[in-house]
Design a protein around this ligand. Structure first.
Ligand code: BTN
Length: 259
């Protein structure tokens, strides 16, 4: 079971995790965090669950995670930033998580556009951001993170594409300690980004990615396009060379093609 007391005692953040809601089983931490945010719950509130019955992923997919093995959590954010900068938020969270794994554990986590973290070519972590706006301003953003930690096996369907820290590192991970380190890193990166229009978040994120220069397959609204990943624009769009034309994507499902 995720130990809330232990987690709180390890947490060195200033704002993130001042309020912690911990559940054995819940439908989705994002749904719960949204309900709390609608009631005015403050920025930095964390919702954690040991099991989600309706964990949600991008493109209306479900997020399946073994009970009491992984980290499934959501953070309520109320960023005071211009709307144009909202699209850069996923890069902050992905960078912070990859950095934590690299810095404390020498785990070579990689970033994959837009929201994923890979380990040895398989998906280790996914993120779902959900926003609410009021009069052209951000009211709240929920960032929901699913990080596979101690899950030993995956269903046949996922085995080729998903992984967790346990099989890749051959050790059992301390979930409370890992989450406390991740949240500290996210908090630092997030407030730095909110307070500084000039920052190097995209170049940090890119330095953790190996997708550039490689062939990728982009699936968007049922269409599939192949091309070479070239770069990320200053607004966070993916720039892809498709038949010698530079095409910008702001939302798509990307698969790296391995020959
Ligand atoms: C994706 O890669 O499709 C995004 C997955 C996001 C899953 C997390 S788990 C915690 C939070 N609650 C949810 O229902 N979804 C996110």
């Amino acid at each position: 079971m995720f130990e809330k007391e232990k987690f709180s005692s390890l947490l060195k953040t200033k704002i993130f995790g001042k309020n912690i809601f911990c559940f054995d089983t819940i439908d989705s931490t994002n749904t719960q965090a949204k309900m709390l945010a609608e009631k005015g719950t403050e920025e930095g509130t964390i919702v954690i669950a040991d099991e989600q019955t309706h964990g949600r992923g991008r493109f209306s997919r479900s997020w399946i995670s073994a009970k009491e093995k992984n980290l499934t959590f959501s953070i309520i954010l109320r960023p005071k930033i211009s709307l144009e900068r909202i699209g850069l938020l996923p890069f902050i969270f992905a960078t912070a998580i990859a950095k934590t794994l690299r810095k404390y554990y020498t785990v070579e986590a990689e970033t994959k556009w837009p929201n994923d973290i890979l380990l040895n070519g398989k998906k280790l972590c996914g993120m779902l951001l959900e926003s609410s706006f009021h009069n052209e301003n951000v009211d709240y953003i929920i960032v929901g993170i699913g990080l596979n930690v101690n899950q030993e096996t995956f269903t046949d369907e996922l085995a080729q594409t998903a992984t967790s820290l346990f099989p890749e590192t051959q050790k059992e991970w301390d979930r409370e300690k890992l989450l406390s380190q991740i949240l500290l890193q996210i908090e630092n990166e997030y407030f730095f980004f909110c307070e500084n229009e000039t920052n190097d978040i995209l170049s940090q994120w890119k330095s953790y990615s190996t997708m550039f220069g490689k062939e990728i397959s982009m699936s968007q609204n049922g269409d599939v396009l192949n091309g070479i990943a070239i770069d990320v624009s200053p607004d966070g769009e993916l720039l892809v060379n498709v038949n010698n034309k530079l095409v910008k994507f702001n939302s798509a499902d990307v698969t790296l093609i391995r020959h």
